[in-house]
Design a protein around this ligand. Structure first.
Ligand SMILES: *Cc1c(COP(=O)(O)O)cnc(C)c1O
Length: 385
């Protein structure tokens, strides 16, 4: 007999939820609190003998619907939603860290995660060290005395993937908790918990939503680890996911598998054609099996262009790609790194990690792939000095 857990992800994401009334989408429980019929029922809930919803900072049925499917999608025991990816990151770290602890972080970590580490956590007495992905993979002694290893795979801008089974094994030897940001691959192409990683988190604003209409985050792990977050940082920092946002994320999850496969097909067309262009010096887009457990590539890739390409002119010549931060939506975007380099300083991750100034990041959307290539090729030609 097949249990729901045996189903392919696309089936699982399509079949989940609905409610007792036979609806195919979950109702939006737009309520702050839940009342109780009897004194006894109220007392039982307040004393933890029952677990019915009490107050929406802690628990909401629409949010729970999203969380339960995310837990299944990432093959974890439990999940907790947050108001943003940054809320997911900060609430996860603060649930486990205390002054004097050390975090080992992958290089090219997301820019605001970097600022969280340097501007908020370091002043509270947390030590942070940054390491090349290959060092985290190959030097187990790096994690000695480290409380948390914080990874992104692929990491931001340079899109370097990480060998998760290897790093997880290194971490286990030292009792280090491993956290991986899986926003880039999504559970369609990578399920870090199945490779020994302890906690997986997402900026759900990206592929999980897929529609560029929501800012949200989610964390998936064991019951025990999620329990700690639910007990400490979810209620006490209070950055909870709102019911309407959770409903939008459920809507996004329905098409996640199909969207990721379309993003991948377009990325592959771009990679084939970019390979023929002399303006392209280097391409960053890890594909299936480039590291163990990675089953595909998403639509977010980076390109280093030759010095003689006029990047502002290229960007302005694009008609289908729009200039913008963020990624993972239906629409194609370009982010030229040099546009954000005006603000030099220690808080700018692009400077800190020495990102090449001629790098442009593309988020390939769901438009027709040939239309997108025609647009990009014309802009490459326009950008030639
Ligand atoms: C966007 C992003 C975040 C932050 O998520 P928000 O939802 O914007 O708070 C975290 N990690 C990565 C890799 C991201 O790209």
């Amino acid at each position: 007999m097949t249990t729901p857990d045996d189903l392919h992800l696309a089936t699982l994401l399509s079949a989940a939820f609905g409610d007792a009334g036979g609806t195919v989408t979950p109702p939006i429980y737009q309520t702050s609190l839940y009342t109780f019929d009897t004194y006894q029922a109220f007392e039982d809930r307040l004393n933890g003998r029952t677990s019915d919803p009490l107050y929406s900072r802690i628990q909401n049925p629409t949010v729970s619907a999203f969380e339960s499917v995310m837990a299944k999608a990432e093959r974890g025991e439990a999940a907790v939603g947050f108001a943003s990816g940054m809320a997911a990151i900060s609430s996860t770290l603060l649930a486990f860290l205390k002054p004097g602890d050390r975090i080992a972080v992958t290089e090219h970590v997301y820019s605001d995660a970097y600022r969280l580490f340097e501007q908020l956590l370091r002043p509270f007495g947390i030590d942070i060290t940054y390491h090349a992905v290959s060092a985290l993979e190959n030097d187990p002694s790096l994690l000695k005395g480290v409380k948390i290893a914080y990874l992104e795979t692929a990491n931001s801008l340079m899109l370097q993937p990480a060998n998760l089974p290897k790093i997880a094994a290194n971490a286990k030897a030292h009792g280090t908790i491993t956290i991986t940001d899986n926003s880039w691959a999504s559970p369609v192409f990578q399920q870090p918990l199945t490779h020994g990683i302890d906690i997986v988190l997402h900026s759900a604003s990206k592929y999980i939503s897929g529609h560029s209409d929501t800012v949200a985050g989610v964390v998936v792990a064991s019951d025990a680890l999620i329990g700690t977050i639910r007990q400490l940082t979810l209620p006490l920092l209070g950055a909870k996911l709102a019911p309407f946002e959770a409903w939008l994320l459920v809507r996004g999850l329905r098409t996640l598998d199909a969207r990721m496969r379309q993003h991948q097909a377009t990325a592959e067309l771009f990679i084939d054609r970019l390979a023929t262009r002399p303006e392209v010096i280097r391409l960053h887009s890890p594909g299936a099996n480039s590291v163990p457990g990675l089953a595909g590539r998403s639509g977010l890739l980076s390109i280093e262009l030759a010095e003689n390409v006029d990047i502002p002119r290229l960007a302005d010549a694009l008609k289908l790609f729009r200039l913008g931060v963020s990624w993972g939506g239906f629409e194609s975007l370009i982010l030229p790194i040099r546009a954000g380099l005006g603000r030099a300083g220690d808080d700018n991750a692009a400077w800190r990690f020495d990102v090449p100034h001629n790098l442009v990041r593309l988020s390939l959307g769901l438009e027709n792939a040939d239309d997108l290539w025609t647009d990009f090729e014309a802009a490459l030609n326009a950008g030639k000095a």
